[in-house]
Design a protein around this ligand. Sequence first.
Ligand SMILES: Nc1ncnc2c1ncn2[C@@H]1O[C@H](COP(=O)(O)OP(=O)(O)OP(=O)(O)O)[C@@H](O)[C@H]1O
Ligand SMILES: [Mg+2]
Length: 372
Amino acid sequence: MSTERCLLLTDPLNFPENPTFYGLLHHLLRQIAHGSPQENDFSLAFATPQEAIEQIEDISVILDRTLCYTPQVKALHRKCAERNIPYVNHPTLMALLANKKATHDALSLSGIKQPFTQSIGSKDDLIKFMSRLGISRRFVIKPTWGGMGDWVTFVEMTHGGYIRARWKEDSLKIKEFCGFPSDFCQQVLFIQIGETNGGSRSAEGPVSWIAQEYLDLTGIDGLARDIRVIQQRDRFGVMKTSLIHGRQSDSAALPLTNLSKGGQLCSVEQILDGTGITIDQLLSLCSQVNHVFETATGHNIGEIGHDIAVTRSADKFHLIYLEGNTMPGYVLESWDLLVSADTEAQQPVLTTQDRTLLVRPFEYANRIRKNY
Ligand SMILES: Nc1ncnc2c1ncn2[C@@H]1O[C@H](COP(=O)(O)OP(=O)(O)OP(=O)(O)O)[C@@H](O)[C@H]1O
Ligand SMILES: [Mg+2]
């Protein structure tokens, strides 16, 4: 029996820094691959997108966990399309979800509640957006691609027609601008646009930005909170909810909930408590969104992370869809145990939830390898 290779793509930046985690993953997945006779014909390898391009002849399916939609990843997508190599998630789905404006438009057509959003390519666009939103309203500016909270800029008008803008780049430090709107455009926004265009995460061609209505997600403690739902198809191709958790900002000064920007985990119950919103309603929104993305692209989602906000208006609470991620970051319950374990000698100690979360995408990759 020939051995086919399932390739786990890893971010070249993350891989060397995190060998224990990937070592454990590898160990775990080898056990799974040897667990049942029908699945013995597939072995698992780790590679960067560049290495995957070089080894394309030997690959039977790719599970992409790079977390970044780089030009190399796109080049690999083209190679896989030429050779009809199965890919989780399908590159067409990744392309749609890598563009916050395109996903916003697709979901709007289906009546899914989202923040009011417009593309921003010039000073005029920004002024038009502000006058449509209401000049005194707060808003958010961010690149159309996801950058784990990088460049997400919170803007508000202060007395005297001044603008105040706050954001975090790669570091956890808050940056602030206070001044006239025209100076904001010149000194901050278009510099950010220029830098993100030149940055390593940019797509080919210029990166566009969006402006979005600000949703007040802050509780009485001043911290912002939102909900992440991770859904994955299982070995039978059935979509399952693998994880639901809340995220909260690290301070009241910047309502950014990304864990990579200092955000912390919190319970979903805490967010939904007293809102009258149930987990079933949350999951029903996720199903509707999945349906829109799958219909728009013609491909099944293998794995997705949904970011959902709970807002209040006129004494009623609403679920507002923030964004979907085709390569969601996982939060492992057993992380501390994992990183301290000896990968070769010891059986990794994983909670059932973590094991399921890690294994499902591989089982699904194995499924589509056989039925592509
Ligand atoms: N319109 C908004 N109103 C209030 N808070 C927002 C809004 N948009 C974004 N945020 C906050 O900023 C965070 C990051 O925004 P978003 O998820 O859109 O970009 P990203 O995290 O950089 O993208 P990705 O998750 O794809 O890497 C959100 O999780 C939320 O905390
Ligand atoms: Mg996000």
